[in-house]
Design a protein around this ligand. Structure first.
Ligand code: 13P
Length: 281
């Protein structure tokens, strides 16, 4: 149990056709909510942080807490870098204890994305760390990761990319976006099905907040094994904190952030059950 490489969690999900949450940590209360909810649902979990969140929390403060939480948990936990931007950042994260990294070369031309991913895979696999990469450009914004012109993944490129990089999981752009959707998201399930038929690898869905539940279930049926959620949990946390702050007599941060954590924990449990990873620990 406890701290494991992400590949271990995703291999079983891939064999048994369910998805595991890649849940973003933004502060201490998020860490507690994610771990406690996963333990109570007996679910494996991928605890992840963006580069922006690591800067905000200070990686050297937040990561020891995350590692300790994982090591003391009675479920498998992978600690994953979300949207790693360059090689040196990836190496810094691996050296500090991440068991999985995403190298996001999706803004670069195909050949450059391949070259960067190959370099990361070689270094990460040498020390047992899992690698996720991205093809197509997933739209929207997460901290300083902003994509203005999104584009869908190309199935031929997915096949070639997986063969040439030996990556462990692939984020496939099929219409989802980071952040709050303006209308109903338009998802290309045919594309997802084709990619899933042609590559034998766990597929990652980014930008899951705001995607209707039936679409999430369909995406899992079509091969998605990791689902990233950040915005929906931020919204759950903030809605509760806002409500608590209406009382001017409350000033103890524990009485403000604690209820936010508990509200978020319920939201995490709902996602775990939707993804089908409950009782899979
Ligand atoms: P949301 O913020 O839209 O849930 O997306 C999270 C994500 O994909 C992290 O990489």
């Amino acid at each position: 149990m406890s701290l494991v490489p992400m590949s271990q969690i995703l291999e079983r999900a891939n064999q048994e056709d369910y998805a595991v949450g890649g849940f973003n940590m933004n502060n201490l209360e998020f860490l507690q909510a994610i771990i406690e909810a996963s333990e109570e649902e007996k679910s494996p979990v991928i605890l992840q942080a963006s580069e922006g969140a690591l800067r905000y929390m200070d990686m050297h403060l937040a990561l020891p807490m995350a590692i300790s939480a994982a090591e003391n948990a009675d479920i498998p936990v992978a600690i994953h870098l979300d949207h790693g931007s360059d090689f040196s950042k990836i190496i810094e994260c691996i050296r500090n204890g991440f068991t999985s990294v995403m190298i996001d070369g999706s803004k670069s031309p195909f050949e450059e994305n391949i070259a960067l991913t190959q370099k990361v895979v070689e270094a990460a696999h040498a020390v047992g760390v899992t690698v996720e990469a991205e093809l197509g450009k997933i739209g929207g914004a997460e901290d300083d990761h902003v994509v203005k012109s999104a584009s869908l993944a190309d199935p031929d490129e997915c096949v070639e990319f997986v063969e040439r990089t030996d990556v462990d999981a692939l984020a496939v752009a099929f219409g989802t976006a980071h952040g709050v959707y303006k209308g109903e998201p338009e998802l290309d399930f045919e594309l997802l099905a084709e990619v899933n038929n042609r590559i034998d690898l766990p597929i990652v869905m980014h930008g899951a907040s705001g995607v209707p539940e039936e679409s999430v279930v369909k995406a899992i049926e079509l091969g998605v094994n990791k689902i990233n959620v950040n915005t929906a949990f931020q919204q759950a946390w903030t809605a509760k904190v806002r409500e608590v702050l209406e009382d001017p007599d409350i000033y103890d941060p524990r009485k403000i952030c604690g209820p936010g954590r508990d509200a978020m924990k319920e939201a995490v449990k709902e996602k775990i059950r939707l993804f089908g990873s409950d009782n899979k620990a």
